[in-house]
Design a protein around this ligand. Structure first.
Ligand SMILES: NC(=O)C1=CN([C@@H]2O[C@H](COP(=O)(O)OP(=O)(O)OC[C@H]3O[C@@H](n4cnc5c(N)ncnc54)[C@H](O)[C@@H]3O)[C@@H](O)[C@H]2O)C=CC1
Ligand SMILES: O=C(O)C(=O)CO
Length: 324
């Protein structure tokens, strides 16, 4: 018998067809108030869930007593109560690897845009101020040859190191849970304590997951260790950073600039002081958002969900302890 799957993310036609061949599918198109009501109404019969960008906590999970598997269309799993899912023997899957290169591209786009002031200067051109007002005070700073500091040397961190080392001749230093000899050899990278990295890197890039250990990892004390020339890049999760401390560091000139794809609260509110600062490049959490990669992520999530519902071990299982 077909199982019941609730999607809270639209899929491409071929993926929808694949899923509908094997499951009864309920699609929640938007997670607005009405969509959330529809979701709550569908949860009691749901055996599988697929989506992203929804905090799936115990309260929502309790509405779904028949749930067997949740397939997240993301690599980050900070939106899920993993312990509770595991306790309930619900499998959780994610989408690693397929988004690594694209997210590293976004990281590098933010590095280049903040260092060379791309958004600020492009806006000057749009506002007809090219001739009159652009002078040395608008010059940026070089990227090539500068020290690239990576915090969280996992898949995306490595892809960033590759771009910096081979593409831009940047010395790479990194901080992670443990040293990575293979990475050191490949990119001539050097391990540093967190404090050392913050003091030494020209570009400080966050590529670690949001966990109980990393929440608020970068706060006032850490910004105080950075140099006025440092550029801060966050493509991990907003809550790894104390955003008020980041704003203060930017306003006080403790750091030169920031390139941010993720924020403490998303969507970032228009009233955020970050948006008053010329030296901030803010993007709307689009690290993996290319046509090709989003399709690959969705495909990966569908494959994971169908495997889990068929009683097989899915390729990207986050909580193997939940296997029945
Ligand atoms: N901006 C965006 O759109 C995207 C953001 N992400 C974020 O990037 C994160 C990383 O993704 P991957 O590289 O695939 O994960 P990964 O698991 O391969 O790498 C994470 C690295 O961080 C390290 N780490 C974890 N906790 C640490 C700690 N307390 N101190 C130091 N190092 C620590 C791990 O050892 C690992 O090497 C995701 O969890 C997600 O939050 C991922 C994709 C897109
Ligand atoms: O995959 C993730 O964790 C994202 O943030 C979106 O791609």
């Amino acid at each position: 018998m077909k199982k019941n799957v609730v999607l809270y993310k639209e899929l491409s036609a071929p993926l929808m067809q694949l899923l509908e061949e094997q499951a009864n599918v309920t699609l929640i198109k938007r997670l607005d108030a009405q969509g959330l009501d529809q979701l709550r109404a569908a949860l009691p019969l749901a055996q599988g869930l697929l989506g992203a960008s929804l905090k799936l906590d115990a309260q929502l999970l309790d509405l779904a007593p028949a749930l067997e598997a949740v397939a997240s269309v993301s690599v980050g799993v900070d939106n899920y109560d993993i312990n509770y899912l595991t306790e309930r023997k619900v499998l959780l899957t994610n989408t690693p690897d397929v988004l690594t290169e694209t997210t590293a591209d976004t990281g590098f786009a933010l590095i280049l845009a903040s260092a060379r002031r791309v958004v600020e200067l492009a806006n000057l051109v749009r506002n007809g101020q090219w001739k009159k007002n652009v002078g040395p005070e608008h010059f940026g700073t070089d990227v090539h040859g500068k020290t690239l500091g990576i915090i969280g040397m996992g898949r995306i961190g490595e892809a960033l190191a590759q771009r910096g080392h081979f593409g831009f001749g940047m010395p790479v230093i990194y901080h992670s849970n443990s040293p990575k000899p293979a990475v050191e050899e490949r990119f001539n990278a050097q391990y540093r304590s967190l404090d050392e990295l913050l003091q030494q890197a020209d570009f400080i890039c966050l590529t670690l997951p949001l966990t109980a250990q990393t929440e608020g990892l970068i706060g006032a004390e850490q910004f105080a260790l950075m140099r006025p020339e440092s550029i801060f890049i966050n493509i991990s999760r907003g809550k790894v950073v104390d955003e008020a401390a980041l704003i203060h560091a930017l306003q006080q000139g403790q750091i030169r600039a920031a390139g941010l794809d993720v924020f403490e609260r998303e969507p970032l509110e228009l009233t955020s002081p970050l948006l008053q600062l010329d030296n901030v490049v803010a993007t709307p959490h689009i690290g993996s958002a290319t046509v090709e990669t989003r399709e690959a992520m969705a495909r990966c999530a569908v494959d994971n969900l169908l495997a889990a519902l068929a009683g097989e071990r899915p390729a990207n299982l986050v909580n193997p302890q939940a296997l029945r």
